[in-house]
Design a protein around this ligand. Structure first.
Ligand code: IMP
Length: 438
């Protein structure tokens, strides 16, 4: 059995979509295990740019079966729209190719309204959520009053929707936010339920069976390690388990599936984050504008889901090392190396300074002993190593040997800090703009 897990090693937006696309060429299943349409995974194939929020990126490969696991929260209207967009782009979408876990939870307009009202009430301490209803949907799940996809099959589905909206209205009224009329929600959800019913399945059983038959399952994580509900920069996190172990619970796989699993950590060659929360290596003004780009290119650092400019900074080796440990990452895929072309010199955070002392591992690796995880990084100051930059455009490079020496040095230093090998490096948005490392 082969399970491969693709996980973000930073705050999301690492470019997981294109790495999934690369591995999906050899996979039988592509399965999302967490989050909802807060994610935005981009895959560029020739002149076509696919921006996927819910459906696993592997669907673009004709032989791959896409699975949306029980760990997800699904806005069925967004899903129907995404299915249509993909069909129009020539991707076949059918119940044979797209399987939805009956145990995934539904997101409704009431969840979205609550998400926006709750984050607005936080004022200056807001999380800066995507407003897609993610937090309230997971809250309902944990409170055992959520609506699951299987509820769409229930004869009293409409009444359940009405009860849910009425309940949400109580909170909305306390927050002085506009309440919702349950009737149009009910009608809309009855209609989408009819269309989605054929796609519902016991996906945990199907994936278990597939692994037993020796098929390859690619588990696709959304967001990143530092946005994980338990291990991220709490409370500035999303509400799901974004890390690699979350693939087991989010897909309903047992520990046997993890034996021999490969965990591919995707890390951008620099650091970005959307929304509030700590970011020790953040840069501002001219430096930030240069890293972020103007927004004219699809790969510039503006949110795929919300269009918000991303905060940018130097790669944080301390947090990377932490992500390696929490996920059990076996291989790294480094993305967007091309964006670093043309800099005189580059900075890499290799340690944190605390109370006047540099904290690092004896063998020069990055320090990882954050006593209470990364939630409060305010006591730490990043310690940088200055590395030479390179002028050459690397976007046409396909072999490790052809990378400029300074680019190799940068990647080797990153690898040394992480303690796991860099297997792939992306040097542009196109599917084939990838360097396979020796
Ligand atoms: P939520 O997931 O919409 O609740 O947002 C919680 C935090 O996670 C916010 O800071 C968002 O900006 C961030 N976030 C959620 N999804 C993504 C993503 O796919 N990429 C990057 N940041 C995300």
């Amino acid at each position: 059995m082969t399970l491969q897990i693709i996980v973000g090693a930073q705050w999301g937006d690492e470019g997981k979509g294109r790495i999934v696309d690369w591995f999906a060429a050899q996979a039988d299943f592509s399965a999302r295990y967490n989050g909802g349409d807060n994610a935005g995974h981009t895959v560029t194939v020739g002149s076509q740019i696919f921006k996927l929020h819910l459906i696993p990126s592997g669907i673009i490969h004709p032989k791959v079966i896409a699975v949306m696991g029980n760990g997800m929260v699904v806005n069925p209207c967004t899903l129907i729209d995404e299915m249509e967009i993909l069909r129009q782009a020539g991707i076949s979408i059918s119940p044979e190719r797209l399987r939805l876990s009956y145990a995934a939870h539904l997101i409704t307009p009431a969840h979205q309204a609550l998400d926006r009202a709750l984050d607005a009430r936080r004022g200056r301490g807001n999380i800066g959520t995507t407003g897609r209803g993610i937090g309230p949907a997971y809250t309902d799940k944990a409170s055992r009053r959520g609506l699951r996809l299987a509820d769409m099959l229930a004869p009293d589905f409409c009444e359940r929707i009405v009860d849910h909206v009425v309940e949400a209205n109580r909170t909305l009224s306390m927050l002085a936010a506009p309440e919702l009329d349950p009737r149009p929600v009910c009608e809309q959800y009855r209609e989408v339920a009819g269309r989605l019913k054929p796609y519902l399945a016991d996906t945990a059983f199907e994936l278990h069976t597939a692994l037993g038959m020796g098929k390859t399952v690619l588990a696709e994580g959304a967001q990143g390690t530092l946005l994980d509900i338990d291990f991220g920069t709490y409370p500035f996190v999303t509400s799901s388990s974004t890390t690699a172990p979350g693939a087991l619970t989010g897909l309903g796989l047992g520990l046997d599936a993890a034996r021999g699993a490969r965990v591919i950590g995707v890390v951008k060659a620099f650091q970005t984050r959307v929304g509030s929360g700590p970011f020790p290596t953040e840069v501002f003004e001219d430096l930030a504008m240069r890293l972020r780009g103007t927004g004219e290119h699809p790969w510039d650092e503006y949110g795929t889901t919300t269009g918000r400019p991303r905060r940018v900074g130097w790669l944080d080796g301390v947090l990377l090392k932490y992500a390696i440990r929490i996920n059990g990452i076996s291989d790294l895929a480094v993305t967007k190396l091309d964006v670093l072309s043309g800099w005189e010199s580059l900075r890499l955070c290799t340690a944190y300074r605390h109370a006047g002392k540099d904290l690092r591992e004896p063998r020069g690796g990055a320090f990882t002993d954050l006593p209470f995880g990364p939630a409060d990084l305010s006591p730490y100051e990043p310690v940088y190593e200055e590395l030479p930059g390179w002028r050459e455009d690397v976007s046409a490079v396909r072999k490790w040997a052809d990378l400029p020496p300074a680019a190799k040095t940068y990647l080797e230093r990153l690898e040394g800090l992480a303690g796991v090998p860099v297997r792939l490096v992306s040097v542009g948005p196109e599917r084939e703009q990838v360097v396979s490392c020796p």
